[in-house]
Design a protein around this ligand. Structure first.
Ligand code: RIB
Ligand code: CA
Length: 313
């Protein structure tokens, strides 16, 4: 079977790191590159972290491009309170083994989408949508060439994690999110509604550590660090593995259930900036623009994740 070509747009972040590792461990996927965006931490750290994670997978061949250092129209909001000052707090971090690829992430997105046959490159954004929106603004022709965008962002029943109304990725750059959600490109959305059901537990983290490889040790240390914020805030047992839900969906879509609905982005109100207004109950006649995922087989998700991480160094 021909591997599915993807580009992961990312702001590592411990959960981004697990998503990248899952993708690089899976032969069903061909990761053409990682594009870094400012989000959890500033860009100089997210691009560095993306290089560290690809090294951990033994994949210095996968290019990392540096992208947008700030949202389209607003100041950057970061989340060191969740991810630590490096963005990958938890274990000691090695130095990246290889440099950034030459060129801007947005140019890489545009050039790759224009070069590869139409309909063959799926975008997987797991941070603020600034790079994706910039690419669509600069090269509107690429929209018709993108078969699907599978993104982590938004919330409906779970409401917000950075404000009472908004999830972080959308909140940071709501104008970018509006461009993506109005692009007409088939969207699959992993909101907090589903990612808050992909929770680590002691047993699940111990299973990572028991893999006996460096990947397992790093992922166990990252999830141990990452979980303290959500345990304190939500009283949950562990950390929600937000971003890996996108990759798991590409590998095993049957692990997830959702609805095709309309989702609009709040960009005008300061109070509800970045809210994903999801018409889950279809009370409007607004056109469905997203497959909005609400549920997950969490045991199946962690079994897949653990089995794939075992394949890495
Ligand atoms: O709200 C969760 C999202 O924000 C995840 O992608 C996490 O990595 C942060 O970027
Ligand atoms: Ca992220």
């Amino acid at each position: 079977m021909t591997p599915r070509k993807i580009i992961i747009d990312t702001d590592p972040g411990q959960d981004d790191a697990v998503a990248i590792l899952l993708a690089l461990a899976s032969p069903e996927l061909d990761v053409l590159g990682l594009t870094a965006v400012a989000g959890n931490v500033p860009l100089h750290l997210t691009e560095r972290n993306a290089r560290i994670v690809r090294d951990l997978a033994g994949r210095t061949d996968v290019p990392v491009y540096s992208g947008a250092e700030a949202p389209l129209e607003r100041g950057l909001v970061t989340a060191e309170h969740v991810h630590g000052k490096t963005g990958l707090d938890g274990p000691p971090l090695p130095e990246p083994k290889a440099p950034l690829a030459e060129g801007h992430a947005v140019d890489f997105l545009i050039d790759t989408l224009r070069r590869e046959p139409a309909g063959t490159v799926t975008l997987v954004p797991v941070g603020p949508l600034t790079n994706i929106a910039m690419a669509l603004q600069r090269a509107p022709d690429i929209a018709a060439r993108i078969p699907e965008i599978v993104l982590m962002g938004g919330a409906y029943f779970e409401v917000g994690n950075i404000t009472p109304a908004a999830e972080f990725n959308i909140y940071v750059d709501p104008e970018a999110a509006e461009i993506v959600f109005r692009s007409g490109i088939p969207l699959t959305v992993m909101p907090l509604d589903v990612t808050h059901k992909a929770l680590t537990t002691r047993a699940r983290v111990d299973a990572f550590a028991a893999l006996g490889n460096e990947t397992g040790r790093m992922v166990a240390a990252w999830t141990d660090f990452f979980e303290r914020f959500d345990k304190e805030k939500y009283g949950s047992e562990g950390a929600p593995l937000h971003d890996p839900c996108t990759i798991a969906y590409l590998l095993k879509p049957d692990l997830f259930t959702g609805r095709r609905i309309n989702v609009e982005i709040e960009t005008q109100s300061d109070l509800t900036r970045g809210m994903t207004v999801a018409d889950w109950w279809r009370v409007t006649d607004r056109e469905a623009n997203a497959y909005f995922v609400g549920d997950i087989d969490a045991d199946g998700f962690f079994a897949l994740l653990t089995e794939r991480l075992a394949r890495l160094p």
